[in-house]
Design a protein around this ligand. Structure first.
Ligand code: EPU
Length: 421
């Protein structure tokens, strides 16, 4: 186990280069299972979730070659395995994308239920509804999901999701790409990583249209072929650095971003008083004194992302006035970090889905525990902005999704080190 030690109070200056998007990478790497050929994937973030996925694929018989940093060649031509190693699968959440990918490639799958950040109950009923809609027989036990073709066989279909779900949209897309006929996903998620997955699959020969809208159409093809694809920059990693500058102060150029993807976050930071300037593929943030209070409600894309809830909460905790932060995707997400923030002097009152945050002039260092990835990133930001020293335990959560966070923050002038417990 490792922790971060942060001596707060330094403002942040310079440039930070954003890595490839975690949530796109963890969908695109399992998608390579559908391809009989070599997928050359660029801008792959070096984070533990990606390393686990690559281990799972290799264990299934894929040939994985790493080229220069960030470029991975994946060849799944000869894999035969439809039951990936359960111990590895349980180490992360997105391993459940192997269900869709294996169903699509082999017509069957036996995949353990996933692990990952459990900040809320995270059902997969919509994924299973999608598989059933495509003609799969689904058997779910406490530990496994077993998929095989029903008597009618696998076929394209119209599937309407009851809730907007990133995971279900991805899993149904993966399953449908090689299944005969047309599949239409209604009430689909519109996140940038859904579009990235569709672009990856289309590059390899799939026929997917409408990604980025709430209706995605997939015309099944016989086979996919190899190709080269570059993953988009990570919207949430970029948002985390922007929030860090807003909270701790400074002037930073955040490079390798798609400013359009950032609008839901930058609009709020601007409202709070930070100066934001967009360029083609970077954003400059300059802090301008104390932040002002605001109101934020999380929503699926293009709304304010739930994965930025904790980071914006730190900004609110330091702003003048009373802010309201409402979570509408995962109700229990506040519990991952609010108590820890209170230990650092924050004034937060949770009332159901809403946190009422009364800004304080400053926070103070404390010994705190990350309980999930984004909560961990937020506690680091709190430590950067606080007076004194903060120790954030459970670094492994943060390392699931942030490449080189220590190096990137140190380059910006932060005083942060990683210590083994
Ligand atoms: N839901 C259901 N049934 C389902 C699936 C989802 O009721 O079958 C509900 C969930 O309980 C939740 C809502 O639908 O209330 C949305 O969940 P979604 O399926 O969209 O979330 P996910 O696919 O499990 C992805 C990201 C999360 C991010 C959410 C929301 C990946 C690998 N994970 O999770 O990212 O919080 O979308 O945007 O893409 C993170 O990066 O830290 C992270 C947790």
């Amino acid at each position: 186990m490792a922790k971060y030690e942060i001596k707060g109070g330094n403002t942040l200056h310079g440039e930070v280069l954003i890595s490839g998007a975690k949530n796109a990478a963890v969908a695109i790497l399992p998608a390579a299972v559908l391809v009989a050929g070599v997928c050359r994937v660029e801008n792959v973030p070096d984070i533990s979730d990606v390393r686990i996925l690559l281990n799972i694929l290799e264990d299934m018989g894929a040939v994985i070659t790493k080229e220069e940093p960030g470029t991975v060649l994946i060849d799944c031509t000869n894999i035969k395995c439809t039951n990936p190693n359960p111990e590895l699968v349980r180490k992360m959440r997105a391993s459940y994308y192997l269900m869709g990918a294996l169903l699509g490639r082999f017509g069957e799958a036996n995949v353990a239920l996933p692990g990952g950040c459990n900040f809320a109950s995270r059902p997969i009923d919509q994924h299973l509804k999608g598989f059933r809609g495509l003609g799969a027989e689904v058997e779910e036990t406490e530990e496994y999901v077993n998929l095989k073709p029903s008597e009618d066989g696998l076929h394209g279909n119209r599937i309407s999701l009851d809730v907007v779900s990133v995971g279900a949209t991805v899993n149904i897309m993966l399953a449908a790409v090689l299944i005969p006929g047309q599949t239409v996903i209604e009430n689909a998620a519109r996140e940038p990583h859904i579009v990235d997955l569709a672009n990856f699959l289309n590059t390899m020969g799939a026929r997917i249209s409408g990604a980025g809208t709430n209706t995605i159409k997939i015309r099944g093809v016989e086979a996919l072929h190899g190709g080269t694809y570059g993953i988009i920059p990570d919207q949430i990693e970029a948002g985390t650095y922007l929030a860090a500058v807003a909270a701790a102060g400074g002037n930073v150029l955040v490079k390798n971003v798609i400013p359009k993807h950032m609008e839901c976050i930058t609009t709020k930071l601007q409202e709070m008083g930070a100066k934001i300037t967009d360029y083609d593929d970077c954003i400059r943030i300059v802090s301008q004194g104390r932040l002002h209070s605001t109101t934020v409600k999380t929503h699926p894309y293009p709304g304010f992302p739930t994965d930025m809830q904790a980071q914006i909460c730190i900004c609110m905790a330091l702003a003048s006035g009373v802010s309201r932060l409402t979570e509408s995707v995962y109700e229990t997400r506040f519990f991952g970090y609010c108590e820890e923030l209170q230990d650092m002097g924050a004034d937060i009152l949770i009332n159901g889905k809403t946190a009422i945050v009364t800004g304080r002039e400053s926070l103070h260092g404390a010994e705190v525990y990350a309980r999930d990835l984004r909560a961990g990133a937020a506690l680091i930001i709190a430590g950067l902005a606080a007076r004194g020293t903060t120790w954030v335990h459970n670094a492994h959560y943060v390392e699931r999704g942030y490449e080189n966070i220590i190096q990137k923050l140190t380059n910006l002038g932060a005083d942060i080190v990683r210590l083994e417990d």
